[in-house]
Design a protein around this ligand. Structure first.
Ligand code: M6R
Length: 595
């Protein structure tokens, strides 16, 4: 996710403590490296390293840094392993300009090659450095900094925000393209940051930038311009009243709610990242040629693997076996060998069960690839090819945004294997936004009605079967109720005996499965169950069931993905109604590094 912060004054100040404190206040976003640069008497002092803020500050004396302008950055690795050279900020070739970004520049690899060919000094693989050289390219051609930045904006593809300054100057520049950026105006200083928590202790007067805008920060004023034509933008200064805690949670009461609402944005970013991933083409080739193909994971990531397997079969006619990592060791590892391919799926990239399975697979000579959120994690280091999930830090223990991005990554792979145009997937984030908006009120009311139930079922079929399992996992994880996920057609083979008056049964129905789901609904309704169906608008479902939570129109694969959103929200609201903290459910930890 990264975080960037810039500060401008007109005095020679002890900036170190300000920069370190700003960095500390962005740590909730997740990071692996820390860096700071100060501008003093026409020179740039740059210090950075891998590690926690306090450890890097101690090791490199960040608190002792002085100057009249400064930049601090927390890096969450996507381009380039976590290392000192890849840490941010970055210098230009001459060491006279310095900048740092937050987000992802998806054409980083191509740009770095261009910059090297143009004679610039490229020191890292990190896309923050691309941002600096992109500006340097136009400064070298004699353009004024503001114009160079405007032109660099056009060259840098992706979603990011960027702060840059020149040694021989009195200002910083920052621009926004897809990632957050807020400007703070104080007494004798101005600042800019990826997020409010690093600004609020300094000032509560802010200017919120929009995509396609550049801000120039002087000690006593700021100026916002449009990237497109350089014209001045008139943006009023706001007075922020939010508390620090609320600011970190983006105004939501819990990280789980924030992360559910972030899903459309990270989905959009993921699609850009996948388009640009250098590992994608070789991975597709190996998936195409694999003798047997396995998707290996645990928990929520396993449900994404299951849905990935449905997508590959339905769209690309390719069989992939989804399997829980420990069961892979017991069942399949003895039979695999060279020619077989495993995709190991994990948010953290550190789940011991998954790493054990990876080790077992490699001992048998199976090709092992990764799909992970934390770049630099054990899984990304141990696999030869790995696709990023690009979700940034997921703080809440229940996985939400990482699940939907895992599913989208599989959908993308299925499209590519099927020879379909992935441009069609650009609609998915919009559909997710529409879903969140349209179901929110109804799901809250349902949560109120179901909050005291200790037993629920969640049923699905085909592409919605893994969604039913995931919905049930979310519900039991944060509400502590018993909720079982199941293939809808299996219900009559045993669990039907549990049904009594008012028993809540949730159905997730795909657009092609309505007749089958209607049979399921009637089977349980005649025995007194209360049914809640999550599906696209359908008069037959309305006529047969109790509540219908309506999803936007989409094909069956995307519709299944959308169906998880009301289930996440339902779990969240029931948890809160029951008085629990959904972010930190009892007995659970975010990353399971034990057997
Ligand atoms: O980090 P991983 O994706 O490997 O974690 C696997 C599971 O522990 C994880 O998905 C867990 O089930 C979730 N916290 C559930 O929300």
């Amino acid at each position: 996710m990264c975080g960037v912060f810039g500060y401008v004054t007109n005095r020679d100040e002890a900036l170190g403590p300000i920069l370190v404190e700003a960095a500390r206040r962005l740590t909730y976003r997740g990071y692996d490296s820390v860096g700071a640069a100060t501008f003093r008497d026409g020179a740039i002092d740059l210090r950075k390293d891998v590690g926690k803020v306090d450890a890097v500050a101690e090791r490199h004396g960040l608190r002792e840094m002085r100057g009249s302008r400064g930049i601090a950055q927390l890096r969450w690795a996507t381009f380039g392993e976590p290392s000192q050279v890849n840490a941010q900020p970055h210098l230009d070739s001459s060491g006279r300009m310095c900048g740092a970004h937050n987000g992802n520049v998806v054409n980083n690899v191509e740009l770095m090659a261009e910059f090297a060919a143009e004679g610039m000094t490229v020191r890292s693989q990190n896309d923050g450095e691309s941002c600096v050289h992109a500006v340097e390219r136009y400064v070298r051609r004699g353009e004024a900094p503001i114009d160079a930045i405007r032109h660099a904006y056009d060259d840098l593809e992706g979603d990011y925000a960027f702060v840059i300054g020149q040694a021989a100057d009195d200002r910083l520049y920052a621009f926004k393209k897809g990632s957050g950026l807020v400007v703070g105006i104080g007494d004798g200083f101005t600042c800019v940051s990826s997020d409010l928590p690093s600004i609020l202790p300094l000032t509560r007067r802010v200017v919120r930038l929009r995509d396609g805008e550049i801000v120039t920060l002087w000690a006593d004023r700021v100026e916002v311009r449009s990237v497109a034509d350089g014209s001045l933008v008139d943006r009023p200064v706001e007075q922020v009243t939010e508390s620090m805690d609320a600011a970190q949670k983006g105004g939501y009461p819990h990280f789980m709610a924030k992360e559910i609402h972030e899903q459309p944005q990270v989905a959009r970013e993921l699609l850009h990242l996948l388009d640009a991933s250098a590992d994608l083409a070789p991975m597709l080739e190996r998936l195409r040629d694999a003798r047997n193909l396995y998707f290996i994971a645990c928990g929520t990531s396993y449900h994404a693997a299951m849905l990935g397997s449905v997508y590959l079969a339905q769209l690309a006619g390719r069989v992939a076996i989804p399997v829980l990592a420990p069961q892979f060791i017991a069942q399949y590892a003895p039979a695999v060998g060279p020619g077989d391919v495993g995709v190991f799926v994990s948010q953290s990239g550190e789940t011991k069960d998954v790493l054990n399975a990876l080790e077992a697979a490699e001992r048998r000579g199976m090709a092992s690839f990764g799909l992970a959120n934390v770049v630099g994690s054990a899984l990304t280091r141990a696999t030869s090819l790995c696709l990023p999930l690009g979700c940034g830090f997921e703080i809440s223990v229940p996985a939400t945004k990482t699940f939907t991005n895992q599913v989208i990554a599989f959908l993308y792979l299925a499209y590519r294997l099927a020879g379909r145009d992935t441009a069609a997937l650009a609609r998915v984030p919009e559909l997710m936004e529409a879903t969140i908006e349209s179901v929110a009120g109804q799901v809250e009311a349902l949560a109120a009605a179901l909050a005291d139930r200790d037993d629920l079922y969640c049923l699905g079929y085909g592409a919605t079967y893994p969604i039913a399992l995931e919905g049930a996992l979310k519900l039991k994880e944060v509400t502590y109720a018993h909720c079982e996920g199941m293939l809808s057609t299996e219900f009559k083979h045993g669990p039907l005996s549990a049904v009594s008056a008012g028993y809540p049964i949730i159905f997730a129905a795909g657009p092609d499965d309505v007749p089958l789901i209607i049979s399921g609904i009637n089977e349980v309704k005649v025995r007194g169950a209360r049914t809640i169906t999550i599906a696209q608008e359908d008069a037959r479902l309305r006529a047969n069931g109790d509540d219908l939570v309506v999803l936007p129109s989409a094909d069956p694969q995307v519709s299944a993905l959308l169906a998880v959103i009301p289930l996440q929200l339902l779990a969240y609201h029931i948890s809160v109604r029951r008085g629990f903290d959904p972010d930190f459910p009892r007995n659970l930890s975010k990353t399971l590094t034990v057997d």
